[in-house]
Design a protein around this ligand. Structure first.
Ligand code: TXA
Ligand code: MG
Length: 350
């Protein structure tokens, strides 16, 4: 493996390693960093060559723009030409944190970083390790999720090693992330703010702060002729190798249906994977059952979603069945990712 892996935590930051990461980034290299949402694959956002390297390492189409990460509020005005009042309000309320804002880009941001667009996505992460590395790198780090394009986003350094260990220079291991779902993206290039990707900061929280906020039409409609505005949301994503189907409905009916699928597979000598919760895991006698977390504490579901999808790639399963997770606060974000992973295959039972 090519990448040097360095462990550190927010409580014990290894400044020597941070400075080394900063040097690598300034020289155009790639460093994976922990953030509170998912691990990011960092490169110098102002260096077009670094952005090109990021696309190559991930195997990502170059029309899919990157998020520029900052670690000081004041840096925002250096990379955008305009900060609408509502964007300022959101930044004050949710930064540092799991929020990305799309704003008109300044000339110093190369088109290679924005996938050819005149707007730029900006985020100020709350993770202290990420902040130190961003500062050491000069203040602007472009970082998509640090997975191979199409695979589930990485929530642990091991996932980054698995996907990108041979392709990048350094990986900072800050342990498992806190949130596990990528940031909420809000577009400010239109009159009304538009959510392009749901995340930990929910539509309701945004509406409470700003009043009118819309969801991108491309997120609400599964018709593939309506394109989501965030280029990345149109791609097949997060998919495990085995076929995934979501089963939604009342708990008992869902458990019964999934058990029926598992029994059918068992009769053919096959095993299915089942994504359950702490509350239901004991109700599936057949198949490989993984609990995603507890419905009593929905944050645990967000934390484990990508890990569970990834783990099934290491199991010999013929198909995967998942319960649906329409939990009150982050359910929209969780189901957005799960539906993509399932290629929108969902069965309703009652
Ligand atoms: O939580 C996160 O946001 C993580 C961590 C590492 O910060 N990053 C992340 O980046 O999820 P990525 O590249 O995997 O997803 C960025 C999304 C893509 O769907 C992309 O199309 C969209 O943001 N995006 C970026 N710039 C945009 C722009 N100018 N206009 C519209 N969408 C944009
Ligand atoms: Mg991604």
């Amino acid at each position: 493996m090519r990448a040097e892996v360095v462990r550190m935590s927010a409580e014990q930051i290894n400044m020597e390693a941070v400075e080394k990461a900063g040097r690598i980034l300034k020289e155009g290299g790639l460093v994976a960093i922990p953030t509170e949402t998912v691990y990011g694959l960092g490169g110098n956002a102002l260096d077009p060559k670094a952005s090109i390297k990021i696309y190559a390492a991930k195997g990502r189409p170059s029309d899919n723009p990157l998020i520029v990460h900052i670690a000081e509020m004041e840096k925002l005005s250096e990379i955008v030409t305009e900060i609408p009042e509502k964007a300022r309000i959101l930044a004050e309320k949710f930064w540092p944190g799991p929020l990305t804002m799309i704003l008109p880009k300044a000339d110093i941001v190369p088109k290679e970083t924005t996938g050819g667009l005149d707007s730029v996505a900006v985020r100020f992460p709350s993770d202290r390790v990420a902040q130190e590395v961003i500062r050491a790198a000069g203040g602007f780090v472009a970082a998509p999720s640090a997975n191979t394009s199409g695979r589930p986003s990485p929530t642990r350094a091991e996932h980054v090693i698995e996907d990108l260990g041979d392709a990048i220079d350094m990986i900072i291991d800050g342990g498992p992330v806190g949130i596990g779902l990528e940031s909420t993206i809000v577009d400010f290039t239109e009159d009304v703010p538009v959510v392009l990707r749901p995340g930990y900061i929910s539509l309701e929280m945004l509406k409470e702060t700003l009043g009118e906020v819309r969801m991108d039409r491309g997120l609400l409609i599964t018709d593939s002729s309506v394109r989501p505005k965030a280029p990345g949301m149109k791609y097949r994503h997060y998919a495990p190798q085995a076929d995934l189907t979501i089963v939604e409905g009342h708990e008992e009916a869902v458990v019964e249906q999934i058990n029926r699928f598992a029994a059918e597979a068992a009769a053919l000598g096959k095993k299915v994977g089942i994504i359950a919760t702490d509350e239901t895991a004991g109700k599936y006698p057949l198949g490989i059952v993984k609990s995603i977390g507890s419905r009593e504490d929905e944050d645990t579901i967000g934390q484990h979603l990508f890990e569970v999808l990834r783990d099934f790639d290491h199991c010999q399963v013929s198909a995967i069945y998942s319960e649906a997770f329409y939990t009150p606060r982050i359910g929209q974000a969780v189901m957005n990712r799960l539906l993509k992973a399932a290629g929108h295959k969902i069965i309703s039972v009652s």
